[in-house]
Ligand binder design. Structure first.
Ligand SMILES: [Zn+2]
Length: 315
């Protein structure tokens, strides 16, 4: 099969590699659509936890040998600790993601544990299915923030993760849902998903603010636009560092929350929620187009809402 291997920083190679051989309890998935997002372009720029060479991509959907359309839950843990047994695998000290610590979806096929498979509804398109992984992140962040219908919401970054948060806000019944993004296509998609305004620089204050970007600037803006006593949720990984005025956080009694991935049940909940996503928000690309796309992302050019890798072609 063909696979894209990250050899080192900013070096992706399209290679012919042997098909994966499923171990007992595993299934060989023919990959149909893989979500490309922050983890991948940041990983391309800084492999981090990835053992090189590495096949990236953790938002994987595809077809089983029996013809079942599935999404792959990409997280695993030790299986026995207090977090694993409470469906909070991301808090396990041995958490691992397919596409990070082990080979992922930038390939034509992958062998994954049968228990990681979730069937897709028949009416869901592959384009909609690539939103499952980012929407699962939104389900987790929403639960951690404990948002209620009376809360005003700001979302910084209206990519697929931001759209998931907007969908959660609409479902909760929040009246004020404002987004911030540099891309007009993304703002438009967020408005059609239920956002009803854009975030001003500092004039507005919100009960709950989500930063899906994670740059030094977005983190400090997120804290600034959180109302006194409000909550600020951090989901983006653009940089590990932050410049935070802790005196302000303390005096204004703001709660800072980190939100990372999702439990198995949250992943399943996301599958029900992506039916609001539109096929036209997605640009399908081939394996050969991935590197160009990651380079554009790194240069800050996000002209589409979502990119889906289709390693076995598409109509
Ligand atoms: Zn564990």
């Amino acid at each position: 099969m063909q696979a894209l291997r990250l050899q080192s920083t900013k070096l992706l190679q399209l290679q012919d590699v042997p098909d994966p051989v499923p171990s007992p309890g595993e299934v060989l998935i023919n990959i149909e659509a893989v979500s490309i997002g922050g983890s991948e372009y940041l990983g391309y720029n800084n492999p981090g936890l990835r053992p090189l060479p590495s096949i990236m991509g953790h938002g994987i959907t595809g077809t089983t040998p029996a013809g079942q359309r599935v999404a792959v839950y990409p997280l695993s843990g030790c299986g026995v600790c207090e977090f694993c047994t409470a469906d909070q695998v991301q808090l396990c000290d041995q958490w691992a993601l397919i596409g990070v610590q082990s080979d992922g979806g930038f390939a034509q096929r992958i062998a994954v544990p049968e228990q990681a498979l979730f069937p897709l509804p028949a009416q869901l398109s592959w384009e909609q299915a690539v939103f499952i992984e980012p929407f699962a992140n939104a389900v987790n962040a929403w639960a951690l923030a404990g948002v209620c219908a009376e809360d005003s919401i700001a979302v910084i970054g209206a990519g697929s993760l931001g759209l998931g948060l907007v969908a959660m806000a609409r479902e909760t019944g929040c009246d004020i849902v404002h987004v911030r993004d540099l891309s007009s296509a993304r703002i438009q998609a967020a408005c059609s998903a239920g956002a009803n305004g854009t975030v001003g620089r500092t004039e507005n204050r919100y009960d709950v603010v989500f930063d899906t970007v994670g740059s030094t600037e977005t983190r400090s803006s997120a804290i600034k636009i959180t109302r006194n006593g409000g909550k600020c949720v951090f989901m983006g990984f653009a940089t590990p560092d932050a410049q935070i005025n802790m005196s302000e956080v303390i005096r204004q009694q703001k709660t800072l929350i980190g939100a990372f991935v999702y439990s198995k049940s949250q992943f399943e909940q996301a599958i029900e929620r992506v039916s609001c996503c539109k096929d036209e928000w997605v640009r399908n690309i081939s394996l050969a187009e991935v590197e160009g796309c990651l380079t554009q992302f790194l240069a800050g050019k996000f002209d589409t809402v979502k990119i889906a890798l289709r390693p076995n072609g598409y109509e």
